[in-house]
Structures are given as structure tokens and as C-alpha cells.
Design a binder for this molecule. Structure first.
Ligand SMILES: Cc1ncc(COP(=O)(O)O)c(C=O)c1O
Length: 465
């Protein structure tokens, strides 16, 4: 198959598109929102000169574009980019692209949400010990027993719920895989799933892989509250699941008890499942985090998704989990078995040690992040942004319009190239990108010096128009 394609579709070096540095091309290419393109003069010419992102272009160009990894020598046989229809509309993720651009322009990266500091020593030591102790072969598919137990102990402390580590906890490769396993394991083609925009980008892609029909409800500034009447009129007996994320990326919104209660009673009334992504549960600053599973009558219809990355500043470890009653765990595990089967063994042992951290660890984490948040929020206000309240996560969303750029993508381009700071345009988190065009997201998961330097750069160079 591979061979025959290579023969059919060979580009000689002479026929190759000219390679130029990406300028801002890749970032723009990512936008799923082709209606932005006309507003950027010359975008198409930049597209054709930056073929490594051709794969991201399937909705705006023809399918048969050559793909070339920009790090590889140009003396290569180029192949046409191919992607299955269910993924055609998705692009290289914005987070990867922004991080690449940060490096290229020497910009301070307040875009992608990974800490620029390390995770705790005791967790790293536990990983080293596990490796040295020979815990290096395939783990049990649904998790190393000690980690399943640690997850259920933690869940009991957090929610009061007692779950069976053997039957109700599935360890996955990050929350990203837990999300995918949940969608693929529990959603049938054509099932309606309600999501709240803005939303984390993997939701739409995995729902698309599962063949779901997405029903989107938009959360709007300043409070990003759930429009309960709209929810009531959207949910029906045809709804299979509602997907929530609290604390919420990118807005920092935390679902209130009233919102959760309303969602819960609508789900019970209509026999609907809830998938709840709680990866930022330990970064709740302004109010207590409430787990949907802990509400009366909800555990039996809820899949709770979480991971180690944010809480332990170890985003690269990709240890996640799904907690659900046995009848839902069955579907999640079936998908997980054929996605990754099992997750990195020694890191699972270390994750068990992490989750048994004393409460003081979590308190200190919150204190540290509160200080970082204050630096960024006060700084952004001083720069002249309208900063929306963020109750949780390590993100804050601002209105960039005082600076006169026509939309969030243009603003982020300007911010990187002229100011040297990276933010994330929020339109990529919406089904309708227009809804996010005035908003950009900054992260404060960086050391205090970095946050202060970014604020200083913006104070010096960002001019109101
Ligand atoms: C809301 C949300 N869910 C899930 C994830 C993915 O988590 P993991 O790195 O554990 O796969 C992220 C990462 O940024 C996120 O923001």
C-alpha cells in the first residue's frame, strides 16, 4: 500500500514547493475556521510555501498535497497527504504550533499549558525506583493494582464516594486517552452528545471519531454561565451524553452547584450520561470543586476523567484515568484495550506514590498557583486587557480588543512577532469561531520570573489603538 502510493505520487525535488521558514503560516493553517482566511492577505501563498503543514489544510486545499517534515532533508520522495474523512477537518493542534512559534521567535510561552518547572522530587524518585526494581514490562491493561487503589482512595477523600479499584477505575495514557476511550467505548454513531463551547480540542475530534452528533451550547463572557434554558431545550431523550469540564479550560470557569444540579436532574429525567473532565480539580481557587459524580443519583450515569499531569506538574508522563460504575467501565475498557491496552508501567507506580501525597502538597500547590495567578492577572490588567474572572485551572481569558487587532488570531500573531509573548487564540475552542474572536487565553503555569518578564514585555510594547 505504502509502496504503491509512493510510486503513483512522486514529486521530484525540482517539483517541490519552495521551503521557507514558516513565518506565521502554520498557526493560521491550524484554524479550523476557514472564514478567517480571507482576512489574512497572502495566506494561500504562505500555505503553499510551507508544506509541512499541508496535512492541516485539507478543508481549504485539495487533498493531494505533498507532505514534508521540515526537519528532514529535501531529497525525499513526497507523498500526498491522506486522512480519513472523520478527521479531515482537524488540524495540527494549536498548542503544538504555538509552542513551535514560541521557540522560533524567542517568545515567552504563556500559550500551551505545561509548567516550566519540574514535578515533585518524591514522585520522580518513585519512578526511578520502579524502573530500577524492574517494573518495566507491560502493565495490567486497566492499571497497576496499586495505582487503581490509590486513585480510588483519592476519589474517596475528594468526593466521599467509595469505588472498587478493580471494577470501576481504568488507568489510561493521560486524560486524553480516557476521553477517547470514553467516547469510543460508550457512544454509537449518530448519538447526540451535548458539549459546552469553548471546549478542549480533543472533545470534538474524539466525538467525530465515534460518529457522534455534536450539540453545542456556548458559554459567554463575562461569567461563562451555563444558559440553563438553552440546555433544557437542547437535551432530550435522543441525547446520549453531556460532556462537561470543570474547572474549565480555557475560561477558568467552575460549574456552580446550581448548574451541576440542573444538569444532573435533566440527565436523570432524560436518562443521559455525563462525561466530566476534572483534570484541573486541584486548581480551584475561588470556590470548592464539585464532582458531578458526587451529586445524588449521578454516580451510576457518570464517567469522571482525570490525570496526574496538572496536579503534579508532570504533563509529559501522561498518566490518566476514568472512574465509572462497572456497567460504564466495561465500554471504556473495551476501547482502552484496543487503543493502548496498557500505560507505562514504572510511571504508574510513581503515580500511585504521587496520589498518596499528604494534603499539605495540595495546599502548597494551590498557594503557589494563587501567587502566580495574582502576578499574571494584575499584570494583564495593568497592560490594559479586560480580564475575565477565572476561578480555577491555570488559565485566564482576556478581551484583546483594546489593542485594535481584528481578531484573536491576528492578535496572537502580533503578540508573538512584535511583543515576544505567546497566548492562545480562543476561537479554536469553539464550533463557531466568531464566538471566540475577541478572546485570548494566557496560562500562569510558569515560574514567577517568567510571568513578570512577559508582563513587562507587554507593558513596554503593547500599544492600545
Ligand atoms: C480540559 C483538559 N482535558 C484533558 C487534558 C489532557 O490531559 P492529559 O495531558 O492528561 O492527557 C487537558 C490538557 O491540557 C485539558 O486541558
Amino acid at each position: 500500500m505504502h509502496m504503491s502510493l509512493a510510486i503513483q505520487c512522486t514529486w521530484t525535488p525540482l517539483q517541490m514547493p519552495r521551503l521557507r521558514p514558516p513565518s506565521f503560516g502554520p498557526f493560521l493553517l491550524h484554524s479550523p475556521h476557514t472564514n478567517f482566511f480571507p482576512s489574512f492577505g497572502g495566506i494561500r501563498s504562505r500555505i503553499t510555501t510551507y508544506p509541512s503543514f499541508m496535512a492541516a489544510m485539507s478543508t481549504v486545499s485539495t487533498q493531494k498535497e505533498p507532505v514534508l517534515n521540515e526537519d528532514e532533508p529535501t531529497q525525499k520522495t513526497l507523498q500526498p497527504s491522506q486522512v480519513a474523512q472523520r478527521l479531515e477537518k482537524f488540524k495540527t493542534t494549536i498548542f503544538t504550533q504555538m509552542s513551535m512559534l514560541a521557540i522560533k521567535h524567542g517568545a515567552i510561552n504563556l500559550g500551551q499549558g505545561f509548567p516550566n518547572f519540574d514535578g515533585p522530587e518524591f514522585v520522580k524518585e518513585a519512578a526511578i525506583e520502579a524502573i530500577k526494581a524492574g517494573k518495566n514490562q507491560y502493565a495490567r491493561g486497566y492499571g497497576v493494582p496499586d495505582l487503581n487503589s490509590a486513585i480510588s482512595e483519592r476519589f474517596k477523600k475528594d468526593t466521599g464516594l467509595v469505588v472498587d479499584p478493580e471494577k470501576e477505575v481504568t488507568v489510561t495514557s493521560g486524560c486524553t486517552e480516557a476521553i477517547a476511550a470514553t467516547m469510543l467505548g460508550l457512544i454509537n454513531p449518530g448519538d447526540e452528545v451535548i458539549v459546552f463551547a469553548p471546549f478542549y480540542d480533543s472533545y470534538e475530534a474524539t466525538l467525530s471519531m465515534a460518529g457522534a452528533k455534536i450539540k453545542c451550547i456556548t458559554l459567554r463572557p463575562p461569567n461563562f454561565s451555563v444558559p440553563l434554558d438553552e440546555l433544557k431545550s437542547t437535551i432530550s431523550k435522543n441525547t446520549r451524553a453531556v460532556l462537561i469540564n470543570t474547572p474549565h479550560n480555557p475560561t477558568g470557569k467552575m460549574f456552580t452547584r446550581e448548574e451541576l444540579n440542573t444538569i444532573a436532574s435533566l440527565c436523570i429525567e432524560n436518562d443521559v450520561l455525563v462525561f466530566t473532565d476534572e483534570v484541573y480539580d486541584k486548581l480551584a481557587f475561588e470556590m470548592d470543586h464539585i464532582s458531578m459524580a458526587s451529586l445524588p443519583g449521578m454516580y451510576e450515569r457518570t464517567v469522571t476523567l482525570n490525570s496526574l499531569g496538572k496536579t503534579f506538574s508532570l504533563t509529559g508522563w501522561k498518566i490518566g484515568w476514568a472512574i465509572a460504575p462497572p456497567h460504564l467501565t466495561w465500554g471504556v475498557r473495551q476501547a482502552h484495550s484496543f487503543l493502548t491496552f496498557a500505560t507505562c508501567t514504572p510511571m504508574q507506580h510513581a503515580a500511585a506514590a504521587a496520589l498518596r501525597a499528604p494534603e499539605s502538597y495540595y495546599e502548597e500547590l494551590k498557594r503557589d498557583y494563587s501567587a502566580k495567578k495574582a502576578i499574571l492577572v494584575e499584570g494583564l490588567k495593568a497592560v490594559g486587557f479586560k480580564v475575565y474572572p477565572s476561578s480555577g485551572t491555570y488559565f485566564v481569558v482576556v478581551d484583546h480588543t483594546p489593542f485594535g487587532q481584528e481578531n484573536d488570531v491576528a492578535f496572537c500573531e502580533y503578540l508573538i512577532t512584535e511583543v515576544g509573548v505567546v497566548a492562545i487564540p480562543t476561537s479554536v475552542f469553539y464550533l463557531n469561531p466568531e464566538d471566540g474572536k475577541n478572546l485570548v487565553r494566557f496560562t500562569f503555569c510558569k515560574d514567577e520570573g517568567t510571568l513578570r518578564s512577559a508582563v513587562e514585555r507587554m507593558k513596554e510594547k503593547l500599544l492600545r489603538k
